[in-house]
Design a protein. Structure first.
Length: 320
């Protein structure tokens, strides 16, 4: 197959205001790094704005640009998966469309990859400009909590911005799961992975496509995908409550033998309410895993492609 030196893969959802600058800056960075042997793979993840027409226009004027239109919004991680399936580079740069991660760092990331003989260079955020305190705080807590409960060491404060070798990408593409937490899956494959520290900028235009609901879903995918600690936690709580109930039973029996009737309502309500809450919580937690098991078992394609503009060079079928 006719391999290119570099593919830059960019998932886009309602990013019309970013696309032109993105195209210009990524093209310049890629050309400076590898000359002519590169492609830019833009994935339109069911945008509601004019992202797709803009992509078509850009692709008509640039043979380096491939634009893929998904059949609907599949979500950031699946859109990215589509792009990774369909790219052909020996090295693959993953980057967001909003230019929060400067494409100009490509040169330094390639240098780091070569110097350290790495298969993955992942970008670690030192600073995050122009993001809300809430976002930064929840992100900081999320990455640290995840690190404590997962069996796979997932680098802290690291997004999907990273440079990968072809063999690392092929290893990644062999993971079939539906609920995809890509930064964790890349950590899982192993090989030599090295960090690259940078400052994250403000969005070029538009606003974050990760509202709270999507953030929570993303976090749950990460936790359920990489850890069974919540299930273990449930059995520990069960054990603890069993021990407590033995003590309580002893206490009640002894009090009864001594002829001391215990006043009922308060203590009874306490036990009912606490047990009810714990049970619902644990059931919900099991439900999260069960729901994902159900989704996996349907074995649906990860994404569906509606249209393509420009030459698709990647090896995979179009996802189905
Ligand atoms: N994105 C996507 N599909 C979605 C949501 C987001 O393809 O359903 C893309 C988005 O266009 C951007 C990247 O994923 O290129 C990261 O999203 P965003 O910048 O909004 O996230 P944040 O930086 O605020 O965490
Ligand atoms: Mg962003």
């Amino acid at each position: 197959m006719n391999r290119l030196a570099l593919s830059v893969v960019i998932p886009c959802y309602n990013e019309e205001a970013c696309l032109e600058t993105l195209h210009a800056r990524v093209s310049a960075a890629a050309r400076a790094a590898v000359g002519d042997s590169f492609e830019i793979v833009l994935i339109n993840d069911g945008s509601k704005d004019a992202s797709w027409p803009v992509m078509q226009r850009l692709s008509a004027g640039d043979p380096h640009l491939v634009a893929i239109n998904l059949s609907r919004n599949h979500g950031h991680q699946l859109a990215l998966t589509a792009g990774l399936d369909l790219c052909a580079g020996q090295q693959i740069l993953i980057i967001d469309a909003d230019l929060q991660d400067p494409p100009e760092l490509l040169a330094d990331m390639r240098a780091a990859m070569a110097a350290q003989g790495a298969d993955v260079v992942y970008a670690v955020r030192r600073k995050r400009e122009g993001e809300s305190i809430f976002k930064k705080l929840t992100a900081a807590i999320f990455y640290r909590a995840l690190d404590r409960i997962t069996d796979t060491p997932i680098p802290l404060d690291t997004g999907d911005f990273r440079l990968m070798s072809r063999r690392a990408l092929d290893a990644f593409l062999s993971l079939p799961e539906q609920a995809r937490f890509i930064r964790g899956m890349v950590a899982w494959i192993g090989f030599r992975q090295v960090p690259f520290v940078y400052d994250r900028h403000e969005r070029h235009a538009g606003e974050s496509k990760y509202p709270l609901a999507k953030m929570i879903r993303f976090a749950l995918d990460a936790i359920t995908g990489f850890s069974t600690a919540p299930l273990r936690f449930a059995s520990h709580v069960g054990l603890l409550l069993t021990a407590a109930s033995v003590l309580l039973v002893l206490y009640i029996v002894v009090a009864w033998l001594l002829g001391q009737a215990i006043q009922g309502w308060t203590s009874l309500m306490l036990v009912v309410v606490v047990l009810g809450a714990v049970q619902m919580f644990v059931l919900g937690m099991i439900g999260e895993y069960l729901g994902r098991l159900y989704v996996e078992s349907k074995r649906r394609p990860l994404y569906l492609v509606a249209d393509v503009a420009g030459p698709v060079r990647g090896h995979a079928s179009l996802g189905y």
